[in-house]
Design a protein around this ligand. Structure first.
Ligand SMILES: C[S@@+](CC[C@H](N)C(=O)[O-])C[C@H]1O[C@@H](n2cnc3c(N)ncnc32)[C@H](O)[C@@H]1O
Length: 212
C-alpha cells in the first residue's frame, strides 16, 4: 500500500515534469485549467506589444501560446518544450498559426536554447523552474536570447504551499522568489521585481526582469 502511494506520487510528479504517454495527453488540458490564473497574470506582466517576438519555454497545454499569439497580432511566437506529447498536441492545435508562419515549435530544454543572441523581445516561462537541471545556465540562456530591453517573466508557485503537496517531494526543486530574483540579477538582468498574486495556498509569484 505504501509502495503504491509512493509510485502514484512519482507518476504525478513525472507528468508535471515532462508529460508523457496516454496520461500526458490529458495532462496538458488539466494544466491549462489549473494554471490559467498564473499564465494570464504572467502575460499581463510581460506587456507584449503587437509586433513583439515572444518565446515561451515549457508551454505544456499551450494556453500561454494562445494568449501570446493574441497579444502580438503582427509578431512571432516560438514555443520550446521537452515533452514530445505537449509538442505533438500543440502542432495539431496550432496548425493554422504554424502554417501562417506566426508560430514555431522547438524541442529543447531551457538550458540549451537553439536561438541566436537577442532573438526575442519577451520570454515567458511558467511553472517550469522546479525542473531545470541547471538554474544558472537556464537563466544565462534567457538573458542571451533576449534583445536589449527585452523582458523575462518567470512564474512559480509559492514554495511553502508547494512543499506541503506530497508529490513535490519527488523531483521538484522549490525556490524562494527572493533567492530566485537574486539569481536572475546574477545572470545579468537589471533590477528584478517580484509580483505576488492570490493568497494562502494559492499564492503565485512572477519574477519580472528586464535586460539592460
Ligand atoms: C508543470 S508543466 C507547466 C506547463 C505550463 N507552463 C503551465 O504552467 O501550465 C512544466 C512544463 O515544462 C516542461 N519542462 C520541464 N523542464 C523543462 C526544461 N528544462 N526546459 C524546457 N521545458 C521544460 C515540461 O515538459 C512541462 O510541459
Amino acid at each position: 500500500m505504501v509502495t503504491s502511494r509512493a509510485m502514484l506520487l512519482r507518476i504525478v510528479a513525472q507528468q508535471f515534469r515532462q508529460p508523457s504517454g496516454l496520461l500526458g495527453r490529458v495532462w496538458g488540458r488539466m494544466m491549462n485549467w489549473g494554471n490559467a490564473e498564473s499564465i494570464r497574470e504572467s502575460i499581463a506582466e510581460l506587456n507584449v506589444g503587437r509586433s513583439h517576438r515572444s518565446l515561451e519555454v515549457g508551454f505544456g497545454g499551450g494556453l500561454g501560446l494562445d494568449l501570446l499569439l493574441a497579444a502580438a497580432a503582427e509578431g512571432l511566437v516560438v514555443g520550446a518544450e521537452l515533452s514530445d506529447v505537449m509538442l505533438a498536441q500543440a502542432e495539431r492545435r496550432f496548425a493554422g498559426d504554424i502554417a501562417r508562419g506566426r508560430l514555431r515549435l522547438v524541442h529543447t530544454a531551457i538550458e540549451f536554447l537553439p536561438f541566436v543572441d537577442g532573438s526575442f523581445d519577451r520570454l515567458l516561462t511558467v511553472n517550469t523552474v522546479y525542473f531545470w537541471g541547471d538554474l544558472s545556465r537556464g537563466l544565462g540562456e534567457c538573458h542571451r536570447v533576449l534583445a536589449p530591453r527585452g523582458r523575462l517573466v518567470l512564474a512559480l508557485r509559492d514554495p511553502e504551499s508547494l512543499g506541503r503537496i506530497p508529490f513535490t517531494r519527488h523531483g521538484f526543486t522549490l525556490h524562494e522568489p527572493a533567492a530566485l530574483a537574486h539569481e536572475v540579477e546574477r545572470a545579468g538582468f537589471g533590477p528584478v521585481r517580484i509580483v505576488a498574486h492570490g493568497s494562502g495556498r494559492s499564492t503565485r509569484h512572477c519574477v519580472v526582469a528586464d535586460r539592460e
